[in-house]
Design a protein around this ligand. Structure first.
Ligand SMILES: Cc1cc2nc3c(=O)[nH]c(=O)nc-3n(C[C@H](O)[C@H](O)[C@H](O)COP(=O)(O)OP(=O)(O)OC[C@H]3O[C@@H](n4cnc5c(N)ncnc54)[C@H](O)[C@@H]3O)c2cc1C
Length: 444
């Protein structure tokens, strides 16, 4: 392939969507990816004998997500809707969903109308809503912020959380999964990269980006050897956790000149930790427990457990359960596993056993477990972004191009409604590609 017009750093959803959009308009693109695979925080495994895909990263499609649905359609795939069936452990008994969310939403909406300045979610719950919501409802809100948003409630913007929880994505909108797993989306994206226009270079780690108006030079290692490449434009899709490293940190990508103008935006966002563990059992034993009460259970919650949330693969029938912890709890679990204390699998099994009580032996059913620690992953450093107090316009500022030369995409640069998700990443890649295209004179 002749010299490239654009270098895209990162072959996750954002980078691949950007490359596809640029190639469609005739541009030559070089995609540099540190890992030995495409997809970044999308990583699907298909295991023999298991009817559902094993998702180590993204799994759900939140809301209508038109960009995700359109790409899936190109792969001949649809969306498998997941039932909204939640069970919660209360007083040692699993009970079907309570109405905390509606109660929390109502109180939050009213609080937003009275808020004159942004505060943390913890402050909102502990002061403004202390006498409005029951301790159980406040605990539920904390759990939801940690579990769904992967957020530290002492840092997370109350305003952003309220807007998200009362907005369209969590209300009046379906939740589903890509048919065949998120690998279907990657197949569609990879299929939209014509070989004569796009070259994806795997195992190519970017270490330094030198840039000046109209010129970008990139240094790093490709297959373990020093590597250097250049182009008039670059799109940076590095995860927020990588961008937030100091230049002297191990694994940091150094920008020359440095991205001083992005520092405030980087401080306005948090990058939440998540531990997701996929447990594979001999049988879907929970389907027959207690006369089949939990046969169609989608989510199981136990707020006091190290892993407070579990989900099954319904409507698909598979002997797997996902264990999930987000926010400070996930950071703690990740640190514990580092010290070699009880392993994460042990913690997950204990949590699940607490949920089901002595009616079954969860450990005896276990066949295997799959996990990726995204916090320790050098090319991710966390799971996904959330808005911190004071970070009102942070995403927009992070997304802003520099000198018509460096462009920014990735879930952290998406609009607040879609940030932290695959659809946000896809849309951000398409947006950055459109910005790049505007700076080129059109092809004859
Ligand atoms: C456990 C988990 C569960 C999730 N669940 C969901 C979900 O259910 N639904 C949903 O919509 N979203 C979910 N997400 C979020 C979703 O996965 C991300 O928002 C999305 O995949 C991000 O895409 P991206 O392209 O912005 O970033 P990434 O996918 O992280 O892509 C960035 C790429 O840059 C590469 N890179 C990093 N450093 C370098 C370097 N120095 N040199 C070269 N390349 C580099 C990385 O390897 C990566 O491939 C989840 C995320 C996690 C971790």
């Amino acid at each position: 392939m002749a010299a490239q017009d654009v270098i895209v750093i990162g072959a996750g959803a954002a980078g691949l969507a950007a490359a596809a959009a640029l190639a469609e308009r005739g541009r030559r693109v070089l995609v540099l990816e540190a890992r030995d695979r495409m997809g970044g925080r999308i990583w699907t495994r298909h295991e023999a004998g298991v009817a559902a895909p094993v998702e180590l990263g993204a799994e759900f499609i939140h809301g209508h997500a038109p960009a995700t649905v359109a790409w899936l359609r190109r792969a001949g795939r649809g969306v498998v809707e997941s039932p909204d069936s939640h069970w919660r452990l209360r007083d040692g008994v699993l009970q079907q969903r309570d109405s905390y969310f509606l109660e929390v939403q109502k109180a939050m909406r009213a609080a937003l109308d009275r808020m004159t300045q942004d505060i943390s979610l913890a402050e909102l719950l502990d002061t403004h809503l202390k006498d409005v919501l029951s301790p159980e409802a406040r605990n539920y809100a904390r759990m939801m912020a940690e579990g769904f948003d992967a957020a530290d409630t002492t840092r997370a913007s109350a305003r952003a959380i309220i807007e998200e929880w009362t907005g369209d994505m969590l209300n009046n909108a379906p939740q589903g999964r890509p048919e065949g797993g998120y690998s279907s989306l990657l197949e569609a994206l990879a299929g939209a990269l014509p070989a004569d226009k796009v070259h994806v270079r795997l195992q190519t780690v970017v270490r330094e980006v030198r840039w000046a108006r109209g010129h970008v030079e990139i240094f790093g290692e490709s297959f373990g050897r020093p590597y250097q490449v250049q182009a008039p434009r670059a799109i940076v899709t590095l995860p927020l956790g990588v961008l937030q490293l100091s230049p002297q940190d191990d694994g940091a990508v150094r920008f020359t000149p440095p991205l001083d103008m992005k520092q405030e935006a980087l401080r306005g966002l948090g990058f939440g930790p998540v531990i997701k563990l996929v447990l594979r059992f001999q049988t879907a034993f929970w389907e027959t427990l207690d006369d089949g009460r939990y046969r169609d259970a989608a989510f199981l919650h136990a707020s006091e457990c190290p892993f407070p949330t579990f989900w099954t693969s319904v409507p698909l029938r598979a002997p797997i359960i996902n264990a999930w912890a987000g926010g400070p709890r996930a950071a703690q679990l990740s640190a514990q596993s580092r010290d070699g204390v009880p392993t994460l699998v042990d913690q997950a099994l204990q949590s699940l056993q607490t949920m089901f009580g002595l009616r079954c032996d969860v450990r005896a059913e276990l066949q295997g477990a799959y996990m990726q620690d995204w916090q320790r992953d050098p090319y991710s450093r966390g799971a996904y972004s959330y808005q911190a107090v004071g970070g009102e316009n942070a995403r927009e500022h992070l997304a802003a191009p520099l000198e018509d030369t460096l462009f920014f995409a990735g879930e952290a640069t998406a609009s607040e409604d879609d940030a932290g998700t695959v659809v946000g990443a896809l849309q951000s890649g398409e947006r950055a590609a459109a910005e790049v295209l505007q700076t080129f004179t059109p092809h004859a």
